[in-house]
Design a binder for this molecule. Structure first.
Ligand code: MGD
Ligand code: MGD
Ligand code: SF4
Length: 754
């Protein structure tokens, strides 16, 4: 049967809408009018779910996409994933380099552009030292690209100023895992969804942001009605609509709710004393890392009775008791969380508190039982967290501040001892502050759109206008906001035009094969970075690569001495298989679905004396950390009495540079809006569709109102994808002291009818 493009879009649109309300999806086989000559295995360009796709190619062009039946998504895709081809051929594609002259971007040759870039970077280093240059990258760049950039800067240029958007996204999850378990990344896998009997979803709108995973959760619930779903979110999102318990609360008070749940679990004797007695330490003082006892924990939790927390959070005490019992009494509980916890000034603490519940009840290391942080971007785990693409990290979880970690890398990289500078670089907000103050002189921005995505963004766009600093940007689309401010614009190959790997939420790495040739003069970011490094005079021994496969093989070698161990994930296997989960020490190893458990995790000897080994900690015990409730950086007050929160919608990706180019996606959400609770709207005389002025201490903007019961009273929500209505002009750049991740989720606002 011939399927037309129109039929496909109709199916996909229905599927997307169904995903949003939690009903099962129809399989989206995006067969377009053009039957492809060839199907090439790849990965979706968008979220951290990491769905496998097959790219349909005809006459050297991408004509369609369908789900990879052999990857975890079993052939399903959401609408964004199914509609990628038109983005590749957008009329906004940057296909040649540009140099800004008299305020205007003028076409240039590659040689002219790169000569200028290198001149600026060399001058900055000569006059102001290596810390005056920086790289700002992305959890959407390929693993090999981020590994390479990080090595060029840290081993080649002597600068640890290597940052990227994962700081805005996953830093608190990293901080949470590392403090609790001693090692980053989740311990379970997506298969847990098929075995869990309780889902605890907190600060995640999975139905819109990880739709294919949410579909699996919804299916599990549909097939087994006894499976419970708890959603903890101050908005009644589409995710909440399948919940047995939707916990709506005053934003930010979920820290207290999590402690109250622990209080109830212990009070009801639902804790697993054998588990926490044998495998956990109680950390009573984080600063001194002082260990205490279970009794200290019990005493600490006295401040978090359901009644006290009910008063603080607005959640009825009985509901806190109910969800605590549901969590503990199930045979296997999996928690999912995302930006509702991470984008907070207490993001690391919030992460710790979820893990505490798993350690207290022993809901860990069994099929269906896992504290699972959902990753946002397709390669934030893979490219950035694992390979060390942040200012304080080195590959495989090593830290710049540790001399023995630097020495290990210098040995593996074959560079002289002492090459890597001992001081971590500037984290994202500090880096952009320094750039805006003219202290960082030259910035290489790649695969991210900071002029739209940074919080309190006016400060940073003002900084980008300075004439005494320099920004080179690798960006495929002319209408991306940051293009307005860059000094040199480079045209990168996009998604299916290049080869490399993505590593998704569940530690699964999959290969994106090159499907078509890059447009115009576009080059892959790997080629761009290699050209830059060679022209900068980086020692050839630091960058001995002819292609991305060489970089991958080096990364496998670098990881092999650590618990990450990618040795068995060879290119040959990746060509054939649709993703492998690390650790994977040998070529015949199937990959690891459960970490820290003997017989499952290859890092634990099969004759180890105990079942669990939390080997990230010296005594092999995970930490239950006593974290108190602390409020947000900017609580509502008499002047700004409401809370503004920001987030996502199902059909748009981040700053909209890609999804706004697909007519079907643009039509479904053409313009940002403000979600207002019905009661608040009534009080302010606001009707659905009215223009509403939002004012924070940073800026003022007007949005059209959507009046509904989604936000709780006192809260308004604005999606942040719209370049013409950039809510980040209003958000706050306060950040978590540990993870340095900004608090995009809470700031004080006042609203009035325009
Ligand atoms: P958000 O909409 O940012 O999405 O995925 P999510 O984190 O699921 O925020 C999640 C929820 O946090 C919101 O529903 C909000 O109401 C809630 N929240 C606000 N304040 C609080 C609070 O105080 N406590 C709690 N518990 N919750 C709160 C983000 C993820 O999505 C990321 S990080 C990326 S990078 C990807 N981006 C993306 C996209 O741009 N579009 C789509 N469609 N999908 C995406 N997937 C990924
Ligand atoms: P994107 O739109 O994903 O957003 O923020 P950004 O990374 O700034 O930007 C990716 C850019 O890379 C796009 O301009 C795209 O066109 C370009 N691109 C695509 N493919 C390629 C490629 O192959 N090579 C190159 N060189 N470029 C490419 C994301 C960030 O935003 C994140 S991750 C989070 S979690 C934050 N979330 C958030 C929020 O929840 N609320 C608010 N208000 N702001 C937020 N900002 C943060
Ligand atoms: Fe792509 Fe995420 Fe949709 Fe899967 S769920 S198709 S990875 S956007």
């Amino acid at each position: 049967m011939k399927v037309t493009r129109r039929d496909v879009l109709k199916t996909a649109a229905a599927a997307s809408a169904m995903a949003a309300i939690g009903a099962p999806l129809t399989q989206v086989a995006n067969a377009a009018a053009n039957e492809p000559d060839e199907w090439v295995k790849s990965v979706c360009r968008f979220c951290g779910t990491g769905c496998g796709v097959m790219v349909g190619v005809k006459g050297g062009k991408v004509v369609t996409v369908k789900g990879d039946p052999n990857n975890h998504n079993a052939g399903f895709l959401c609408l964004k994933g199914a509609l990628m081809p038109p983005i590749v051929y957008s009329k906004e594609r940057v296909t040649k380099p540009y140099i800004r002259k008299n305020g205007k971007l003028e076409p240039a040759s590659w040689d002219e552009a790169m000569t200028l870039v290198v001149d600026k970077f060399k001058t900055a280093i000569k006059e102001h030292g290596p810390t005056s240059v920086a790289y700002y990258g992305s959890g959407q760049a390929l693993t090999e690209e981020t590994y390479l950039a990080s090595k060029i800067w840290k081993a080649g240029l002597g600068s640890n100023n290597v940052e990227g958007n994962p700081r805005l996204c996953m830093a608190s999850a990293v901080g949470g895992y590392v403090t609790t378990f001693g090692k980053d990344e989740p311990c379970g896998s997506y298969d847990d969804i098929d075995n869990a009997t309780c889902f605890f979803i907190i600060g995640s709108n999975m139905s819109e942001c990880h739709p294919i995973l949410f579909k699996r959760v919804a299916k599990r619930k549909q097939n087994s009605p006894n499976v419970k779903v708890i959603v903890v979110d101050p908005r009644k999102t589409n995710t909440a609509r399948i919940a047995d318990e939707h916990v709506s609360f005053k934003p930010g008070t979920d820290l207290a709710i999590l402690n109250a749940m622990a209080h109830v679990i212990i009070n009801e004797e639902l804790d697993n004393a054998r588990f926490h007695g044998k495998y956990c330490n109680f950390i009573v003082d984080w600063k001194t890392k002082k260990k205490g006892s279970f009794d200290d924990y019990v005493k600490f939790l006295e401040d978090y009775t359901p009644e006290k927390v009910a008063e603080l959070s607005g959640v009825p005490a009985e509901q806190i008791v109910r969800i605590a019992k549901m969590f503990a009494e199930s045979s296997a509980t999996t928690s999912f969380w995302c930006m509702g916890l991470n984008q907070r000034i207490r993001g690391v603490w919030a992460n710790n508190l979820v893990s505490n519940l798993h350690l207290l009840t022993g809901h860990i290391g069994k099929p269906g039982a896992s504290p699972f942080s959902l990753t946002g971007q397709p390669n934030a785990c893979g490219g950035v967290r694992d390979t060390g693409g942040l200012c304080h990290l080195l590959p495989a979880g090593r830290l710049i501040k540790k001399p023995e970690h630097r020495a290990a890398l210098e040995r593996q990289w074959g560079i002289p001892a002492g090459t890597i500078a001992p001081k971590p670089g500037l984290h994202t907000i500090a880096l952009w502050n320094a750039f805006s103050e003219g202290k960082v002189k030259a910035m290489f921005v790649l695969c991210t759109n900071p002029a739209h995505s940074l919080p309190n963004v006016n400060i940073y766009t003002e900084g980008m206008k300075r004439t005494d600093n320099f920004m080179v940007l690798s960006e495929p689309f002319m209408d991306a906001e940051t293009v307005k401010y860059c000094d040199v614009l480079l045209p990168p190959a996009f998604w299916c035009e290049k080869r490399g790997t993505y590593g998704c939420s569940e530690r699964r790495y999959a290969l994106l094969k090159k499907s078509v040739e890059p447009m115009g003069e576009c080059r892959s970011d790997f080629e761009i970075l290699m050209d830059f490094a060679k022209r900068m005079g980086v020692d050839p021994k630091v960058i001995p690569y002819k292609d991305v496969d060489d970089v991958w093989n080096e990364w496998r070698m670098v990881s092999a001495e650590t618990p990450y161990n990618f040795s068995g994930i060879t290119r040959a296997r990746m060509e054939k298989e649709s993703g492998i989960l690390w650790p994977c020490p040998t070529e015949d190893h199937p990959g690891t679905k459960i970490r820290y458990v003997r017989g499952e995790d290859p890092n634990i000897p099969t004759d180890y004396k105990n079942k669990y080994k939390f080997y990230g900690k010296k005594d092999n015990k995970a930490w239950i950390i006593l974290r108190p409730y602390k409020g947000a950086a900017e609580e509502p007050d008499a002047d700004y009495p409401m809370v503004l929160t920001t987030g996502r919608v199902i059909d748009h990706w981040h700053t909209g540079t890609m999804t706004m180019k697909v007519p079907e996606l643009r039509r479904s959400f053409p313009k940002a809006y403000v979600e207002v609770n019905v009661d608040d709207a009534a009080k302010a005389g606001i009707k659905n569709g009215d223009d509403v002025v939002l004012e924070t201490r940073r800026d003022t903007m007007t949005f059209q109102a959507r009046v509904s019961d989604v936000c709780r009273p006192g809260l308004v929500f604005v999606p942040w994808y719209d370049p013409n209505l950039m809510i980040n002009k209003l958000t706050l750049n306060a950040f978590d002291a540990g993870s340095k991740q900004p608090e995009y989720k809470i700031c004080a606002v006042r609203i009035k009818k325009a």
